[in-house]
Design a protein around this ligand. Structure first.
Ligand code: SF4
Ligand code: SF4
Length: 65
């Protein structure tokens, strides 16, 4: 299982953090090349592959395998 965040595309809107039912994402001061604070995948083992994050991300920056 793998969750990928395209760091170049993400704008740090936090919608994925809000919608993930299993708290897989967290903000931890990671900053991308555009200066946005972006989420980290911190609880990948809790992911149920519901794909809510993928569907919710307005910038199509998340991929769940
Ligand atoms: S929803 Fe998409 S753009 Fe928003 S913080 Fe998550 S990965 Fe980044
Ligand atoms: S697929 Fe579902 S459980 Fe997994 S990170 Fe995305 S929202 Fe969370």
């Amino acid at each position: 299982m793998a969750i990928y965040i395209d760091e170049k595309i993400c704008k740090g809107c936090k919608l994925c953090i809000h919608f993930c039912p299993n708290n897989v994402f967290q903000m931890r001061n990671k900053i991308n090349n555009k200066g946005f604070v972006i989420p980290d995948v911190v609880n990948e083992s809790k992911c149920t592959k519901c794909k809510l994050c993928e569907l919710t991300c307005p910038d199509l920056a998340i991929f769940v395998e």
